[in-house]
Design a protein around this ligand. Structure first.
Ligand code: ADP
Length: 587
């Protein structure tokens, strides 16, 4: 070993990282790579023997999630002088793209890329113990948690903190469509649509086979509109001037946030939290609830270098979401939702809050009720927004044999199970250009559309036959199916599946589209039992003092099946109630 390399090794050992004497031509290099959905571009500055700086100059991947990677990956590369860094859990697509872009940039630097690809040896750090005194500790920086934290602060809690397991906020809320069911909302009023809290209440209960707790459903139905107005007027969320009609609702009542994803809600909630000086501690998962004489008095949590005890004078709010990404827990409660079913959830959604609460005696409800979303990515399980063409009534679902097999606006669970029973456990969504335009998906979700084309999951063709042949679907049958559907549309009645809403015939001329999709776990209806004040209930039916719950972590609201766009209303309504009561109960 030469002297230089020994010196480098010694220096890096002192910094507790591995070392290599890589040499570079001093300069600034630019590299690009394909991200999860979009593109990333980096600028890398090198001195003679070091990567001095990595700057991300373009990032069109999913906002918030990819931004966490864009911050952390360059830091890791510079710190460890390696391209084999861990990246950000939950943002692996962007993390990988960033290291590829740096690698591409360094191709012109004369560096030994093989050396740079070696994994650094990182010594485990000794955790330092730290105790902090708070008024309110919120666990989880998804929709429910951020809403609860803001309300707690505005109701008088001076010292509020949010603990987040991942490197980014948002959870499932962020990657959802973000639609919000609100009876009597402003778009309905403008369109002259009649609706009522009672109609919404009945739809939620009926949609969940009457398994939801009517008292909780009542709270949700009666407060959904004020929650939406609070988001619009206080949180400054922008909503589009349109609505969506989700299966199981008796009337069109679902507001659409700007961009038709959860990004608008999470970014505006984060901005408000910052304005109110509410810190969010990232990569700090809560591990345990602290109980003293029957009251929850705090939370234990860990970060890369600390073992925290957060004492909560007023209380703790659990907002950790569901357990869709926890295969073991899923199968424990429902054997059908096994490893063959992918998940739309972010990786942090592993039921931590449910487990922590159960350990201290909380009552769990409805745990076997796990919802699958019908039209997801057969590769990653991500929810596919191109599927929204179905929600505007503009597509049919067919199987490999070219035949329809379910009412396209049926409940998610019914459609999902129907798809699971088809050849290859997959469905093909057929539509024409006019319906794609009407749904706005190509415009709002351009990255996804590109991704689908690139991965051969979506085809656009001039004829039905050409589109069918792309996926090996029986073309003659599909032509017959389309002709039959067009006749039903003309007659105003779907004689086979009784599809609800207005039927529009497909155009005689192409282009036509077919998307391949599979069902994936989307929402876990089960969770901890709360009362109408968002206070967690124990197995004896008593309130657990100091503990509140909101959002997907709770159960017994949506019954066997949550209707589309009801979750955002739920997290807002109960997030607000939890935030208000954690303070009020202690006055
Ligand atoms: P909801 O829709 O109920 O708000 P989300 O899925 O949007 O639920 O958000 C839940 C959030 O909780 C996610 O950001 C997730 O990473 C976070 N989370 C999950 N488990 C923990 C934990 N143990 N500690 C801190 N945060 C957690």
């Amino acid at each position: 070993m030469n002297k230089k390399r020994i010196l480098a090794l010694m220096l890096c050992a002192a910094l507790s990282i591995s070392a290599f004497g890589v040499e570079f031509k001093e300069g600034t290099y630019v590299g690009e790579a394909k991200g999860y959905r979009g593109e990333v571009k980096v600028e890398v500055k090198t001195s003679k023997n070091k990567i001095e700086e990595v700057k991300v100059i373009k990032n069109t991947d999913t906002p918030i999630i990819s931004e966490s990677a864009a911050k952390k990956v360059p830091e890791q590369i510079v710190k460890y002088q390696s391209l084999r860094v861990d990246g950000v859990s939950g943002a692996t697509g962007t993390s990988r793209a960033l290291t590829s872009a740096v690698r591409n940039a360094l191709k012109n630097s004369g560096a030994d890329l093989k050396e740079l690809n070696k994994k650094p040896v990182i010594e485990a750090k000794k955790l330092v113990k730290e105790t902090q005194n708070k008024d309110v500790v919120v666990i989880g920086a998804g929709g429910a948690g951020l809403v609860a934290a803001i309300e707690a602060k505005n109701n008088g809690a001076k010292n509020v903190i949010v603990l987040e397991k991942m490197a980014f906020a948002g959870g499932n809320t962020l990657i959802s469509g973000g639609e919000y069911a609100a009876p009597n909302n402003w778009v309905q009023v403008k369109k002259g649509l009649k609706d009522s809290n009672d109609a919404f209440y009945n739809d939620i209960l009926k949609g969940g086979d009457n398994e939801g707790d009517p008292k909780l459903v009542r709270v949700l139905a009666d407060n959904a509109l004020s929650g939406a107005e609070w988001l619009k007027d206080y949180i400054n969320m922008t909503f589009e001037d349109r609505q969506m009609f989700f299966g199981g609702h008796s009337v069109e009542r679902s507001l659409v946030p700007q961009g038709a994803t959860g990004v608008e809600m999470i970014s505006k909630l984060l901005a408000k939290a910052e304005e109110l000086n509410i810190p969010v501690l990232y990569e700090t998962p809560a591990t345990e609830l602290i109980v003293d004489k029957g009251r929850v008095t705090g939370v234990k949590a860990v970060s890369e270098d600390k073992e925290y005890t957060f004492l909560a004078k007023d209380g703790v709010i659990l907002a950790t979401g569901g357990f869709g990404s926890n295969l073991e827990m899923r199968v424990k409660y429902n054997k059908d939702v096994d490893e063959n079913i992918l998940s739309t959830n972010t990786v942090g959604i592993t039921g931590d809050g449910i487990t922590m609460a159960e350990k201290i005696g909380a009552q769990l409800e409805d745990m076997p009720f796990i919802q699958t979303y019908p039209t997801c990515d057969p590769i990653s399980g991500a929810l596919l927004y191109f599927g929204d063409v179905r929600l505007v009534g503009g597509s049919i679902l067919v199987n490999q044999e070219g035949k329809r097999f379910v009412e396209e606006l049926e409940r998610r669970d019914v459609i999902s199970m129907a798809i699971k029973n088809q050849t290859g456990n997959a469905a093909y969504q057929f539509c024409d250009e006019a319906q794609v335009k009407l749904s706005g998906v190509a415009e709002h979700h351009a990255d996804e559309v590109n991704y689908l084309f690139n991965n051969k999951l979506l085809v656009k063709a001039d004829t039905i036959k050409e589109a069918a042949d792309f996926f090996g679907i029986d073309a003659t049958e599909l032509e017959k199916t389309v002709a039959k559907y067009n006749q039903y549309a003309k007659d105003g009645k779907d004689l086979e599946f009784n599809k609800r809403g207005k039927l529009t015939p497909f155009e005689a001329k192409g282009p036509f589209y077919i998307m391949k999709a599979v069902p994936a776990v989307h929402h876990t209806m089960g969770g901890i039992k709360i009362d109408e004040n968002a206070r967690v209930i124990n197995t004896k039916g008593e309130v657990i003092k100091g503990l509140y719950g909101a959002g997907e972590v709770t159960g017994d609201i949506h019954g066997t099946n949550r209707l589309g766009s009801d979750a955002i209303a739920d997290i807002t309504v109960f997030g607000r109630i939890a935030g208000q009561n954690v303070v009020k109960d202690n006055k």
